[in-house]
Design a protein around this ligand. Structure first.
Ligand SMILES: Cc1ncc(COP(=O)(O)O)c(C=O)c1O
Length: 371
């Protein structure tokens, strides 16, 4: 199996440069939450710490119902079947293993966005399938002549670009996939972090009735609590959609021991039942975004897309490596767009996941240099 080098390893020289800044490094290169896990979630984890028995791989019925309730309340999807819900050990493992769990292999094509979270590609490779970067059905046409497309990944809001796909776009992909018997998996883990609107369903889900025509057949929505609830350390996520597909995943996962620990299942239940901490976390990220975006613009950057999610997709129309090096001189570490595909060659991804103090330091360095 040919896996790519782990991209972040190559950032070591820029990181060393940034660390040498007298004011210390501002690390905006990784989207790892830094704010405390909300008390309500910590309390639930603690209260469930007595766990001598094996937990259910499928998750308890109340957890699966809470996920269905969250889709109805927060995503405008009223008809998620709790039988079509499965907790996962974070969503990265599901992304990386989904092609394998679905039985894909040599000759099968896995389509993913052109500029994308690297794990879609990795997951196809782990299964021995072929990753195909393509945006939109027009590009998918020619790609599919190389073999059958078995799985199409969507990611909205996108990591790294922050682009949100509208209902029409999603519906078109769903129709295209259904005509070919391909599964659509939609990674929606930044859906609660929409900067252009606050309304329910402002970031449409692939399970939205207008997108899927009222049937979840062949569709999976992948979601994570890591960012909205600052629980990346818990590994708390889920997949939801077509009950028949979920049952297939469940069968393999039961045999393979891919089980969300009991205290984490209970913490997820608490997190899904409390919208207040999600709103508070969103407000924190919004304030950081409102500080960083204009500072980057003042320093000569253009910010593309970025209407939702945890990142600013920024460019100075120069090679990404030059931007990374220039920002490292200011003690600011960002990820080059090249980590996400060739189309990211002139962009950098700036994460909003640093403390207010570090974000303020970055903004001041950016604006004092350009002022
Ligand atoms: C698009 C996307 N999907 C999945 C993940 C994985 O999240 P987790 O494994 O914490 O649920 C990330 C993490 O950054 C992501 O950006």
């Amino acid at each position: 199996m040919q896996l790519p080098d782990f991209p972040w390893d190559s950032l070591a020289p820029a990181a060393a440069r940034a660390r040498a800044h007298p004011g210390g490094i501002v690390d905006l290169s990784v989207g790892t939450p830094v704010d405390p896990t909300p008390q309500v979630v910590q309390d639930a984890l603690r209260a469930a710490s007595d766990a001598p028995g094996y937990p259910q791989t499928w998750g308890t019925p109340d957890l699966r119902e809470a996920v269905a309730g969250w889709f109805a309340r927060r995503r405008g999807v009223p008809d998620v079947d709790p039988d079509g819900v499965l907790p996962t050990v974070g969503s990265k493992e599901l992304v990386a293993w989904l092609p394998t769990l679905l039985g894909l292999g040599a000759g099968d094509l896995v389509v993913h966005p052109e500029v994308a979270y690297p794990t879609y590609d990795v997951g196809a490779r782990i299964a021995g399938a072929t990753p195909v970067p393509a945006d939109g059905t027009a590009q998918l046409g020619p790609a599919s002549s190389a073999g059958p497309v078995r799985l199409v990944w969507l990611n909205s809001p996108s990591n790294p670009t922050g682009r949100v796909l509208g209902r029409e776009h999603l519906a078109k992909v769903v129709r295209w996939a259904r005509e070919r018997g391909a599964i659509v998996a939609s990674d929606e883990c930044y859906a609660e972090l929409d900067w252009s609107a606050d309304g329910v369903g402002s970031v449409p889900s692939v399970l939205d009735p207008e997108v899927c025509g009222g049937s979840h057949e062949g569709l999976l929505a992948v979601y994570s609590l890591s960012k909205q609830s600052s629980v990346a350390g818990y590994r708390a996520a889920f997949v939801a959609g077509d009950p028949a597909l979920v049952r297939r995943l469940l069968e393999v996962r039961k045999h393979a021991g891919m089980i969300v620990p009991w205290p984490v299942q209970r913490a997820m239940l608490a997190a899904l039942g409390d919208d207040e901490h999600v709103a508070a976390q969103k407000a924190r990220y919004r304030a950081r975004r409102d500080r960083l975006a204009p500072a980057l613009q003042q320093a000569g950057f253009r910010i593309d897309h970025s209407q939702a999610g945890l990142y600013l997709w920024a460019t100075r129309d120069e090679p990404a490596g030059a931007t990374v090096a220039g920002l490292a001189d200011l003690g600011i570490l960002v990820a080059p767009g090249t980590f996400y595909g060739a189309a990211g060659a002139q962009h950098v991804r700036v994460a909003l996941t640093a403390s207010d103090e570090r974000v303020e330091a970055a903004a001041q360095r950016l604006t004092s240099r350009s002022g």
